[in-house]
Design a protein around this ligand. Sequence first.
Ligand code: UDP
Length: 332
Amino acid sequence: MRVLITGGAGFIGSHLSDAMIRDGHHVAVLDDLSTGSVRNLSSVADHASFQFVEGSVLDAPLVSRLIGSADAVVHLAAAVGVRLIVDEPLRSMHTNLRGTENVLEAASGHLPRVLIASSSEVYGKSRELLHEDSDRLLGPTTVDRWSYSVAKSVSEIYAFAYWREFGVPTVVTRFFNTVGPRQTGAYGMVVPRLVAQALLGEDLTVYGDGTQTRSFCHVADVVRAQIALLEFPAAVGQVYNVGSNDQLTILDLAHRILNITGSSSSIRLVPFTETFGPLFEDVPRRSADTSKLENLLGWEPKFGIDDIIEDVMGAALEGDPGMLLGRTPVSR
Ligand code: UDP
């Protein structure tokens, strides 16, 4: 396959690029390097079947040209991370909405398979075990966090509409807290942040009272699901949760990180308002029901939370833990 990966220099995209090159595909990456880095692509950069294009998904003619020679597109380019969304809501919405529209519009020409990356944020603050048809529960439009949820929901609706009205074979994946090496904590992302703090001997900043839950999934498991979905015809026109249902509180996560890193750091509870200002809402519980994906592909996560922490710690120790906190500038 000739695959175009938008946002391929980012965290998930670069792992997907590695895996698809390993599997013998041709990979073109489109990335504007706003949050990604060419360092993430160092293992594939010189491969004959790999091409990197520096540019934006907002550049419709460029997107159209690249999609014109692709059998499949994985659209990952997006503004992601609670910090980034709260700091730059307008730019984030613009990138996330217009970028998806450009990709789908270009795909309506010759109909490559298109995987659209969505997010568990579309479920909002619902406390249920989340399956694909669950109702969504969002806070008020004055809270910036929900703009990301809305933008991703609209992206999904675009994907379904382009499939039904133009026959673009789209598949939507809803990622739940994907974690692993190369993820930066500069824009939120609790695991790289707390691991870096533990390694640097700093307090682990747990927001709120730490009783909120998340279920973390290793990026290698996520990439495996993406590739299988790309190759599976019955997935077209459908949405799939991709994540783990192994829920833990953020306080529990912090304790595990202290144990695994052997750090003597303390845990410090930080009020949400101190970090995000007065207009902020967190998601109190989040856990993925992935039975739809399991039934289709037999997919389930292979890595648990302790494996994830060990991998993130290992990668941080090879580089500079400060980079995970966005302190050391990431070289392009
Ligand atoms: N969080 C935290 N300390 C941090 C960063 C995040 O306690 O330094 C919390 C955050 O408030 C949320 C959870 O960890 O409850 C997951 O945050 P992340 O930004 O990783 O993902 P999301 O909120 O999008 O699930």
